[in-house]
Design a protein around this ligand. Structure first.
Ligand code: GLC
Length: 477
């Protein structure tokens, strides 16, 4: 009989069921990558649990039946169902608080707090209602939306003597801690614990989840160190420092089968590291599609990003404005903050023959941009991991990034891209200028492209690190 580790993996979103941002990519890939590590001696039985948002797309759902949890002494129905994704059981949790807040993340923080508290606590109960007598050895949550599971698991063990389940929380974005949930927590019969968190944080889902978790994993080693500093610790740096070795960083992977320029159906010309010359076809097609002059010699700069101040997209606009004397073209794809979208449109009006802006979500165009542009700009003010710079490298598009979080861990200055320190548009402009100089030297440029394409960003490396972490926690228990 192989040894088995049962893992309940909780997230607010996961591909292919529902995806809003990078978290959806991770939660769609990591559980399957973990299961793929199973051997004859060790079975990793990972099961995914998601809220049944109205927008979730799931096939052949089987109801698991109804059960209820108590809120202020009143029973609230949990409508659980099950489906399978490549052999992995996936549970969906539905119910009134999940329907009430409509979209995955609502602008109404009270609705979101209700929804994710309900989801987190119902997920703990769910394991008593699956078809088998499956129980998790590890509870693995992600961000504030699932953090009350970790908290609930610990406080229930203390109050009710339930069994010990090791707990891990992955941090994708520390500033988002969830709203004050003290009243909601108490309404579900949980006590607010005496924590060593700062006072303001003692009522918020994420800090409570961090406090209750056995291990806290940031999505890159650099972000794992950054959150220990006052600059990036969001007021929790002292607390996080006090957790010592429980805090670590594991770099996310990339779905290298989906993001493969050799077979990507969105591209006009497929290519790989040995047929890099074919890439030029994608640049020509992209310039044509965007209505830019079709010129292989003009460096084509790109951003594919949420329009968010976190991403430093404003620095891109300012840097480009200062570089009118240099020859370049730029494409900017993304939606988000209306002010940033307006600023992008203004830049396009100013430089209509050089700048093309598309303010929408377009996965196909994004892939054509990775495959057809020369340089990828990602000057994020902070970046827990970041996915786009990895996709860009895999598609032979050389990244120009700020030395933040996962950008710092994935891009090697002068080897696979350009890395600059200061979060200022002048620093970005200087980095772009030095990239443009190298671009003119064909051989040198191609070696940067090839080095990027040769990087291994597959999920297997990350999944192995998570497995080691689970094993070390289970040994301690
Ligand atoms: C968040 C972070 C991003 C990270 C993603 C997945 O969106 O901002 O850096 O790549 O989560 O972990």
């Amino acid at each position: 009989m192989p040894q088995t580790i049962n893992i309940l993996f909780l997230a607010s979103e996961a591909e292919p069921f529902i995806k809003v941002g990078g978290l959806g990519d991770v939660a769609g890939s990591l559980p399957r990558a973990l299961r793929a590590l199973s051997t004859e001696d060790l079975k990793l039985d990972v099961r995914l649990v998601l809220p049944h948002h109205p927008a979730v797309k799931a096939e052949s759902l089987k109801p698991l039946g109804m059960f209820s949890i108590l809120r202020n002494g009143v029973e609230i129905q949990v409508e659980a169902s099950e489906t399978v994704l490549n052999g992995m059981p996936v549970y969906l949790i539905g119910g009134e608080p999940i329907r009430a807040s409509g979209s995955v993340y609502s602008l109404n923080s009270a609705l979101d707090a209700e929804k994710y508290a309900f989801f987190s606590l119902a997920a703990l109960e769910l394991v008593n209602h699956t078809r088998s007598d499956w129980q998790p050895d590890v509870l693995h949550g992600n961000d504030w939306h699932t953090a009350l599971s970790m908290y609930g698991s610990l406080t229930k063990r203390w109050e009710e003597g339930t069994r010990h389940v090791a707990s891990v929380i992955t941090l994708h974005n520390l500033p988002f801690m969830g709203p004050d949930a003290s009243a909601i927590i108490e309404s579900y019969g949980l006590k607010l614990a005496q924590t060593d968190l700062p006072e303001w944080a003692r009522v918020m889902p994420l800090p409570l989840g961090l406090w209750a978790s056995d291990a806290i994993v940031a999505v890159s080693p650099t972000y794992g160190r950054e959150i220990l500093t006052p600059e990036f610790g969001c007021g929790l740096d002292e607390f996080l420092n006090s957790r010592g070795e429980a805090v670590s960083g594991i770099l996310n992977g990339l779905d290298v089968d989906s993001f493969d320029p050799a077979v990507d159906p969105a591209l006009g010309a497929n290519f790989d590291i040995l047929s890099l010359e074919k890439r030029a076809g994608n640049k020509a097609l992209l310039q044509e599609r965007l209505g830019l002059p079709r010129d292989p010699e003009t460096p084509l700069l790109a951003t594919v990003s949420r329009m968010d101040i976190q991403k430093g997209i404003d620095m891109v606009f300012s840097a480009l404005k200062m570089m009118k004397k240099t020859k370049w073209q730029a494409v900017i794809l993304g939606t988000g903050d209306p002010k940033l979208e307006a600023a992008a449109m203004k830049l396009q009006e100013e430089l209509p023959d050089r700048v093309k802006v598309e303010t929408r979500y377009d996965a196909g165009l994004a892939r054509q941009i990775y495959a057809g542009s020369d340089m990828f700009l990602m000057p994020s003010r902070y970046e827990p991991c970041g996915l786009s710079q990895m996709i860009a490298m895999r598609y032979g598009c050389v990244p120009i990034v700020r030395a933040a979080g996962g950008l710092n861990d994935t891009v090697k200055h002068g080897v696979t891209g350009f890395v600059f320190e200061k979060a200022h548009h002048m620093a970005l402009a200087a980095a772009i200028k030095s990239a443009i100089k190298v671009f003119a030297e064909r051989e040198k440029w191609q070696s940067l492209q090839r080095a990027g394409m040769a990087q291994d960003f597959s999920w297997e490396n990350s999944a192995r690190k998570y497995l080691e972490l689970y094993q070390s926690l289970l040994k301690k228990a």
